[in-house]
Write a protein that binds this ligand. Sequence first.
Ligand SMILES: Cc1ncc(COP(=O)(O)O)c(C=O)c1O
Length: 407
Amino acid sequence: MSTQANHPTLLIPGPVEFDDEVLQSMAHYSESHVGPSFVTVFGEALSMLRELLITSDPTSQPFVVSGSGTLGWDFVAANLVERGDDVLVLHSGYFGDSFADCFQTYGVNATQLKAPIGSRPQLPEIERMLREKKYAAITITHVDTSTGVLSDVKAVSELVRKVSPDTLMIVDGVCSVGCEEIRFDEWNLDVVLTASQKAIGVPAGLCILMVSGRAIDRFNGRKTPPSSYFASFKNWLPKFRAQVQPYSKAHGSHYAVMQNYEAKKASYFATPSPQLIRALHTSLGQILSVPLEERFAIHKETSQKIKRAITGLGLKQLAERPENQANGMTAIYLPEGVKAPELLPNLLKKGIVFAGGLHKEITTKYIRFGHMGVSVTDPTRRDIDKAIEALKASLAEVGHQQQQEKQ
Ligand SMILES: Cc1ncc(COP(=O)(O)O)c(C=O)c1O
């Protein structure tokens, strides 16, 4: 039995429902961010992130920094590319536009390769773009939260390594880490950035990254200083690495905060949130207590059950093709005559919170159902079944009788 106050079930694509033990970790008494017990917890959380992203390469570096997923974009744009560089942004929804906007803010030229709504850029067009111009980095939104479109990170990374091996492979995993398979070493990735509030199952407030040794070498070889202070790797990385090149040779890095914490040594650049890090530690411990394959499989099975129910109701998804469909969320077109401002409050009366549309070209035409984390993995919860039943009943109540008859 949950000890949480009665509340509507939050089934938006993040923040998600949280486990009691995770929330209780946040009620930990105040402690020093450089005290030995917190340093141990932080260090273990960083090591567990290596397990979650399946990397054993000692040159990859996990980061956990106060902020949200957006800060991950700033980390990439401020450190791994320089003013005037070209980056290729693979666009499968709203979050591609925003990542591109972030690059432009740093004077980096972002070229977007866009797919029709509900689809993703295809390998032959990506190959053509990579052969036409030298890109310092390519970005891919693993799951675009505005469309529920899943991208094939492994296949794109293989292509990049074959066609343009120096291009850094950057994955926006905000809506995928913890519910979609990611193999950092095996897939040859350079950055996976994410946030705490989705499939990682921790309240919002943490920006999480895994960065490859190759990406850190790129940072060390910069000709110009990073144009951020808080997000500069210089302030978070060790003073010296085997391959010290122009930028870090001249300026040095002052701190080695993340490496120190992982080695259980106190360190400081900017104050972390001990309570959020404790919640992360609890959640990662729970996630890793079952084989990751099982976690991904249960997200997939649940997603398929939801998608079958949606089809049964006569509804269509934005992502029509099965290979484009995310496993942690579903974006659903509203049937003719049904409006989100009527349907969503009706669902709320039944204790279910879904999200409205986000893609700017079709915002009012669809809704989003998030199915990540404990709502999917905790067998004592009935969140998903309740949501499907509520959706069916609410559609009927807002006048969508016809779809019910198709059942
Ligand atoms: C795919 C994706 N990227 C980036 C972000 C930005 O993350 P945040 O809202 O935590 O800053 C989000 C937010 O939902 C997202 O879904």
